[in-house]
Design a protein. Sequence first.
Length: 299
Amino acid sequence: MKYSIPLPLQITKDKNMNYYELKFTYESPVETTVINDILAAELGEIGFESFTESEDGLLAYISDSLYNVNTLQDKLKEFPLENVAIHYTAQEVEGKDWNEEWEKNYFKPIRIGNDCIIRASFHEPEPGYTYNIVIDPKMAFGTGNHETTFLMISEMLKLDLEGKDLLDMGCGTAVLAILAKMKKAGKVVGIDIDEWAYNNALENTRLNNTEDIQVALGGAEQIPAFGQFDIVFANINRNILLNDIKHYTECMKPGALLFMSGFYTQDIPFIREECERNGLIFLSHAEKNNWVAVKTQKP
């Protein structure tokens, strides 16, 4: 099963409602970021609304009307990763203007050079940027705050996309798909297995008047329905990428480019080996705070 990285998330809480803040920590050899990724997806299924990474785990928020200790414990018992012991503490927090908190503490406008700005609908417009993207992220990854999204946007800004067919795999908020359309790409498809991401992608394409982006709910099995692509962007995580590189390769036209992110510098050899096993040429990589985006090409 594939999970989008849901950090950070928009806080959509009612300011008149009280919430529980749960702090999750782990005992495990598995990387904390991987556990955060999967745990947030699991908690989202039982009513948790927003998440942010803490120094050693995850902070998660749920309204007091939905918080049920037994439901939570059942979900943790069914956690899909092995060798993970999850601990948590819970405290009630009073209602406040959560949108203001989000704006103040989590989602600032993201500026990438003078070319691109990503902002929420509650931010004031800023003139002077070639691409002005409005994203209301809710339960989906991809605001530009995370290094991997920043890296992928930076790579896309370098490309001439006019008339090119592009796949945004693990599209999250659809920010990459939206930017591709703004750069006059031809067919643009976004696919994500997370229903929150799927609905949020549809909402964001409407916000940016890019409704001709095709958005699908599912995993790599959805790709063949949309034909072949000149460029593929896949911002997911190492294990999913390693499993699905073969599927990306099958949908790529000769000479097509594949950009991937969602993993660390030390993971590059594994990604490169799988790319070369599938006949792809490893071209380059970029780094930001130990996160990586790689560029490969089909001959």
